[in-house]
Design a protein around this ligand. Structure first.
Ligand code: FAD
Length: 600
């Protein structure tokens, strides 16, 4: 089968030419691996995604989960697909060999998972949530909690969720109302309502482990009063067998525009005052712990957005090559053969835009995965800390940029299919609907922009920002050695230099207490910052492609030329457009801030 969901040549370029996956095998943790074992894992992921996930992507959309007698029902194809995923080891791809994992680098694990995300984002979500929840228990749970809950999660018998959102508290988690009362046996009784909980009920796993945010009776106000609890659907006996049903009720399912195969649940905890929960770690530290899962999820969301964009791009490319329509502007003879629409400059514009967005986003997401590996396995503590800080700075970009621009890619894919793109006979409209969730969940776009400007850029005296700028300047210096890349490098340097000045000015506002003014246009800042980062990633790709082109043969010649053309598009069409956002930020433009409610 042709690569219609994810271009494997490009994935290999990313892994081996951009992010140097093989160099990771020199680190003790990955010493058992080599390119062959990496490629074997990728090949298995590709086959399972193609054979078991892609075929029911449409069916899952058309037959959304049903609420029947207090439980969620799903189409039958989801369970065997996930069973094959688990059986092949992907649930524990990064875990130690000794617990049955593959001990793969995160870079490879994300690349394998990308196959599942592009084939069926909804079914793969159950796995993503379980991986996040199990990592959370592994990092912060007690030995007893790990034995009782983590072990069956690793075995794929229990799935996990993250239960944060409440009807009145979505972005503002400090306002959650779910309560946790200590019980005589050392556990807690949980009471409250959560909404939009993905995978909150499903008939696939034996048990569901909800990671729930709640407040203890003595909790201080705000985010510093939030604690984290394990709340299982079924209690688990000391011998590991399933006990009584816990007092967690499925109140209903949400009906969504996309991502329909994943259950979106309203859950009631403690309707009968008997919902058992177990405190994870220390009281009142719950949000800090949960951030581990949320940060992981944010990278996963960015990658998911990328893969939906990618699938739409490849579909519309194939369509454009096969759809005859019209003639070139200079060849209007009606008796001449029609050309394929890929021949039209405007269709090429839409394809090139998609290529620049999805391949730029993929490089960014995999950079995040590589930084995660570096933060765990670089030799010195100092190096590991630097990698983690850079990842922390980039997380809002890795989450939001693909969510915004790969969604735009999906819109362009629909446009390329014309009227057919607007019908449900073709998959591109589903990709768009599925992708539309990504700027909303895991911290909305607005919240990510506040996180970036209000917190991340000034973190640790701006150390991560300085490290990022150093890396960008390093790539520019490499590009400066290649005269062919001058016209690509210059717009990036101009954007980055001005972004630096604007950042200092805005941070000055924040330090001077002008917080509302300083953060008012944070969404513009997020876009300019994101374009600077993705522009950097495109220049880095161009440097590698330019070098490789000198010796390339066969199909590789066109591959590297395509890279250079997409880099040219992004750096000369998109990057300069951010000067406008920077001008508004520089001027502290208050058009939106000064608007009054009554004037709408
Ligand atoms: C399909 C789906 C799956 C989900 N899965 C989960 C899950 O598994 N677990 C879970 O806990 N939650 C989940 N969520 C919830 C999701 O994380 C929230 O919807 C999201 O955080 C936004 O919260 P809200 O819907 O209450 O919107 P609100 O917080 O009310 O926000 C509405 C709008 O106001 C803006 N806004 C809010 N506050 C600010 C501010 N301070 N400054 C600027 N703008 C602001 C937002 O950006 C947004 O545009 C899911 C949601 C959906 C739709």
């Amino acid at each position: 089968m042709a690569d219609t969901l994810l271009c494997r040549r490009n994935l290999a370029f990313e892994l081996y030419e951009m992010h140097n996956a093989e160099a990771l095998c020199e680190r003790p943790r990955f010493a058992e691996h080599n390119r062959e074992t990496f490629d074997a894992a990728l090949g298995t992921a590709h086959s399972i995604a193609r054979d078991l996930f892609a075929p029911h992507n449409r069916k899952g959309d058309e037959h959304e989960p049903q609420y029947v007698n207090g439980a969620a029902e799903l189409i039958p194809e989801v369970a065997p697909a996930l069973a094959a995923f688990i059986e092949a080891g992907f649930l524990n791809a990064t875990r130690d060999f000794e617990v049955g994992g593959m001990q793969l680098p995160n870079l490879l694990s994300q690349a394998c998972f990308a196959h599942f995300q592009s084939a069926n984002i909804a079914s793969s979500s159950y796995a993503m949530l379980t991986m996040g929840a199990s990592n959370l228990i592994e990092a912060f749970g007690s030995a007893e909690q790990q034995q009782r809950f983590l072990t069956p999660m690793i075995e794929g018998r229990f799935f996990g969720t993250m239960a944060l959102t409440e009807p009145h508290a979505g972005s503002s988690l400090s306002d959650i109302r779910t309560k946790a009362e200590p019980a005589a046996d050392g556990s807690y009784r949980i009471k409250g309502n959560k909404i939009f909980i993905s995978g909150g009920d499903q008939p696939i796993s034996e048990n569901i482990v909800h990671m729930v945010l709640a407040k203890l009776p003595d909790a201080p106000a705000g985010v510093k009063g939030i604690s984290l609890f394990i709340v299982p659907k079924f209690l688990v006996n000391d011998d590991g067998s399933l006990g009584a049903r816990n007092d967690v009720a499925l109140a209903g399912l949400f009906h969504k525009m996309g991502w329909r195969g994943t259950t979106s649940t309203a859950l009631n905890f403690g309707d009968n005052d008997n919902c058992v929960g177990y405190l994870v770690g220390k009281p009142h530290h719950g949000l800090a712990y949960m951030f581990q899962m949320m940060n992981e999820a944010r990278i996963g969301v960015g990658m998911g957005a990328t893969m939906l964009g990618y699938a739409g791009y490849l579909y519309s490319l194939d369509y454009a090559r096969n759809r005859p329509q019209g003639r070139h502007p200079d060849g209007k003879d009606p008796s001449s053969a029609q050309v394929s629409i890929v021949e039209h400059a405007d269709v090429r514009r839409m394809l090139l835009t998609q290529k620049a967005y999805v391949e730029g986003a993929l490089d960014l997401g995999l950079l995040g995965a590589r930084l995660f590996d570096d933060s765990m396995t670089l030799p010195t503590e100092d190096e590991r800390k630097q990698a983690l800080e850079l990842l922390d700075l980039l997380t809002p970009i890795i989450k939001s940029w693909p969510s915004e621009f790969c969604l735009k890619a999906n819109e362009l894919a629909i446009q390329i299919l014309g009227g057919h793109g607007y019908t449900r006979e073709y998959p591109v409209e589903q990709y768009y609907r599925d992708n539309r969730l990504n700027p909303i969940h895991e911290g909305t776009h607005g919240i990510q922009s506040l996180d970036l400007l209000g917190r991340k850029v000034s973190m640790n005296g701006g150390a991560a920002l300085k490290a990022l700028l150093k890396q960008i300047h390093g790539t520019c210096a490499q590009a400066a050695e290649m005269p062919e890349l001058n016209s690509l490098r210059t717009p990036l340097e101009q954007l980055v230099n001005r972004l630096q000045t604007v950042t200092l000015a805005l941070l000055g506002d924040l330090m001077a207490g002008k917080v509302n003014q300083g953060l008012a246009n944070s969404a513009l800042y997020l876009k300019a910052f994101g374009h600077a980062v993705v522009g950097w990633r495109w220049l880095a790709q161009a440097v590698v492609a330019q070098q490789a082109l000198r010796q390339a043969q066969g199909d590789d010649v066109a591959f590297y030329q395509g890279k250079l053309q997409a880099a040219r598009y992004f750096l000369t069409w998109e990057v300069p457009s951010c000067q406008h956002e920077l001008a508004l930020l520089e001027a502290r433009d208050d058009t939106c801030l000064a608007m009054q409610d009554a004037w709408f």
